[in-house]
Each structure stands twice: as structure tokens, then as C-alpha cells.
Ligand binder design. Structure first.
Ligand code: SF4
Length: 274
């Protein structure tokens, strides 16, 4: 088995990269950053990658390949959905191209799994996918691994939190040549109109294969208006896009808001079950 997780839309997490830096408001209460800061002492797993500044956790901006975890999926025989880099961003600018190639190589060599790659930096994701789409690179990939580029079991997604991030990131995701393109609208800190973000082109919105919604859940959580996920649920229902309501959010444990019955939908793409 892979590394267990409470994230319901995946089975396991795999973190071959550690370290990140904030890129938008959605990162303000980044859970990975606080965990990293807690384990950043000398000899600890996140040494040099995060620290406490005035009591607040902060990434240092350094990013590192964790060699001992690079090949983890090769050892997990049972097929599972794997969230790649739940504690970082695979397309952070500090992730070297050769590290990306190593990680993609491991994914290709463990094709029994489904890989869920989620980023707040889709420009670099698009570059990586396009580099692979250049005929000789794609051919080399096919000849080495016997799989077409990009493999259908690699799902690519973006993380958005409000209309501004949706406007910037969704059109880039739409251009990614992936079998499954997904959107994580979490933490939802403002409403998102997917139709507006895609220049009022409904056919372009219908190209997304899965939308996950979630309110922020942490001690300083910013509240989500239930009207925001409801409008996304309606859009998904109209367009036949699988919808996954992860959580309403709240200030962790004691204050988390239960999911209302009409939003309690947990669908997966391609007819897959949870
Ligand atoms: S991109 Fe993700 S991991 Fe990186 S700081 Fe933002 S929320 Fe945290």
C-alpha cells in the first residue's frame, strides 16, 4: 500500500519532492507549510525547507528531490489512485527538469496506478506536456515505456480558489493534452463562475473531466458560502461533469460544517468508483 491519506478523492499520496513557496491567496493557510515548519529542525525531514517566522510557518523556497521515496510506486503492487506531491507542487520552478524526468519515468514503470497531479502552476505543466508531445520526445517515451504520451492513467489538474485564479489557470488546463483534466476548487475563498473563466464557452467548460469542491479547513479557515459549491454542482449536473464535494470546511474538527444533503455528491471521472 501507498502512504495512507484522509483525502477522500485519492487512495494514497506520494511525495518525491519536498518544499514549495506560496503563489496565491489559496496558499495562505497551506497545511504542508505548517507540517514542514514543524519538522524543519536539524536532521528532520524538512530541514532547510521551512521555518517559523514570528510564529508563522513559512517555506524557505528551497525544493528538494527525496531520492529514497522516488521509486515508492514501483513497490506498491496493488493498483491505486496516487496523489503526486500532496506536500508540494510538482511544477514549482525549483523542481529540476531531470527530477521531473525521473518522476515521470517511475510513473511510466508503475502503470498499474492512476496518478493525480495537481498544480497551482499549470504554465509549467503545459510546457512539460507539450515537450513530451514533440514527436521525437513522444516517440522516445513510447519506445521506452510502450505507452503513448501522455499516458491515459496520468490525470492533470489545477487548484483554484476564486474567480481570479480560475480566470488565469483554467484556460491553461484546457490546453493540456491530458486524458483527464480536473479542477480542485479548494480552498473556496470566493465564488467561481467556470463559464466566465472560459470566456463564456460552454463547450470549453465541458472539456473538464472532474471538479472537486472544498471549503477551507484549518484554525484560520475563511468561510465558504454554500451557494458557491451549489452553483458548481448545477453546472456539473448540466454538463455531465463528475462532481466531488470534499468538505464544507471550518476551523478544524470541532467547528467543521457538515455537508448538506443536496451537496453530498462524491463522483469520480470515467465512471470510476470511490
Ligand atoms: S502551491 Fe500548494 S504546497 Fe505550495 S504553498 Fe501553495 S498550497 Fe502549499
Amino acid at each position: 500500500m501507498g502512504e495512507k491519506t484522509k483525502i477522500e478523492w485519492t487512495d494514497a499520496t506520494w511525495n518525491p519532492i519536498r518544499g514549495c513557496s506560496r503563489v496565491s491567496e489559496g496558499c495562505r493557510n497551506c497545511y504542508a507549510e505548517s507540517i514542514a515548519a514543524r519538522f524543519s529542525g536539524t536532521g528532520r525531514p524538512y530541514e532547510g525547507l521551512a521555518e517559523f517566522k514570528g510564529g508563522d510557518a513559512r517555506w524557505t523556497g528551497e525544493v528538494r528531490l527525496i531520492e529514497k521515496h522516488l521509486e515508492d510506486p514501483l513497490h506498491w503492487k496493488e493498483p491505486q489512485r496516487i496523489f503526486v506531491n500532496s506536500m508540494s507542487d510538482l511544477f514549482h520552478p525549483g523542481v529540476k527538469l531531470e527530477w521531473l524526468a525521473d518522476i515521470f519515468g517511475v510513473m511510466a514503470r508503475a502503470p498499474q496506478h492512476t496518478y493525480q497531479i495537481l498544480t497551482k502552476r499549470p504554465d509549467r505543466m503545459l510546457d512539460a506536456l507539450r515537450a513530451g508531445s514533440v514527436p521525437d520526445v513522444a516517440l522516445a517515451f513510447e519506445q521506452t515505456y510502450g505507452q503513448s504520451w501522455p499516458p491515459a492513467n496520468w490525470w492533470f489538474g489545477v487548484s483554484v480558489e476564486d474567480q481570479g485564479t480560475a480566470n488565469r489557470l483554467l484556460p491553461i488546463l484546457a490546453r493540456c493534452p491530458a486524458a483527464v483534466r480536473f479542477v480542485s476548487y479548494e480552498p473556496a475563498i470566493g465564488p467561481v463562475d467556470f463559464f466566465a473563466a472560459m470566456d463564456c464557452n460552454l463547450a470549453a467548460v465541458a472539456e473538464f473531466d472532474w471538479i472537486i469542491c472544498g471549503g477551507e479547513s484549518c484554525p484560520h479557515a475563511r468561510p465558504m458560502d454554500p451557494a458557491w459549491p451549489r452553483s458548481v454542482r448545477n453546472l456539473c449536473s448540466d454538463l455531465g461533469i463528475p462532481f466531488f464535494m470534499k468538505q464544507m470546511g471550518g476551523q478544524c474538527g470541532h467547528n467543521d460544517v457538515p455537508i448538506p444533503e443536496d451537496l453530498a455528491i462524491k463522483e469520480f471521472p470515467q465512471g470510476l468508483n470511490g
